[in-house]
Design a protein. Structure first.
Length: 257
């Protein structure tokens, strides 16, 4: 619960008046308990002492859109997975592991690349692009203008999960949650340059398809189809809205605070 998404989720549940146990392996912070998950006795003692409501039979596994190969979007929750690189493969294997737990109520929530409040820009693949735009030292950056991404705000996901936790009735085992606005990394840099009123001549778009080993590790478009999630009708007003932030609008407000 110490990463960008985990922090947002923990704070959203605390603000919704849940008692939350936030775990971290290395990071320290208010509300975090350090725990090495490889130490079985320590893990068992902690959960016996805390007695969580949402662990014995309820599990949520966050998973990335990179479990797909990016060749035939949009992907539904039932679309066959075909990860191209070890990161996606490990996440796909994690999905299979939790879904195979007998007697458990499991939800796999697939999400795309994430952004939002973070201690360091390097904590997010989107936030880090701010550093690129703000680097006016003369260094030149080649930026991907080939793969399409759908950056999604961690605060939106956190609020969605709070609403989901209060829903009565069954929930599909795999859900997709994603913003709908498509961007390449280069286009995201242009948005940041516009908001910050900075030149971007040092950022060069690279729209060429990847070749060699990169051709098998960079999915082009892993858009997630979200209709099944919308059909749950757990928007802020009980509607089908997912409560998604608009990318440029959110960043404009956030960066001008």
């Amino acid at each position: 619960a110490s990463g960008v998404l985990g922090t947002a989720v923990r704070e959203a549940f605390v603000n919704a008046h849940y008692e939350v146990l936030g775990l971290s392996h290395t990071r320290l912070g208010e509300g975090l308990v350090q725990l090495d998950l490889t130490k079985e006795a320590e893990v068992e003692k902690l959960f016996v002492d805390f007695k969580p409501d949402y662990l014995d039979k309820d599990r949520l596994q966050a998973s990335p859109d990179y479990v797909f190969d990016g060749t035939s979007p949009p992907y539904t929750p039932s679309s066959p997975t075909n990860p191209l690189q070890s990161y996606g493969q490990s996440k796909r294997d994690g999905e299979l592991a939790v879904l195979a737990v007998n007697g458990a109520s499991v939800i796999v929530l697939r999400v795309p690349v994430l952004y939002g409040p973070a201690p360091k820009n390097s904590d997010s693949a989107i936030n880090i692009l701010l550093d690129v735009v703000q680097d006016q030292s003369g260094k030149v950056y080649k930026m991907d203008h080939y793969a399409t991404r759908y950056p999604t705000n961690v605060l939106d996901i956190a609020h969605f999960l709070v609403r989901l936790s209060g829903r009565k009735g069954s929930v599909p085992p795999i859900l997709h949650y994603s913003a709908a606005e498509p961007y390449t990394k280069y286009e995201i840099c242009l948005v940041f340059a516009k908001i910050l009123n900075l030149p971007h001549d040092h950022i060069i778009p690279d729209a060429k398809p990847p070749t060699g080993t990169e051709a098998t590790t960079r999915p082009r478009d892993c858009q997630l189809y979200t209709r099944e999630t919308e059909d749950l009708h757990i928007g802020e007003d009980g509607d089908a809205s997912l409560g998604l932030s608009l990318f440029e609008e959110w960043w404009t407000t956030y960066l001008k605070k």
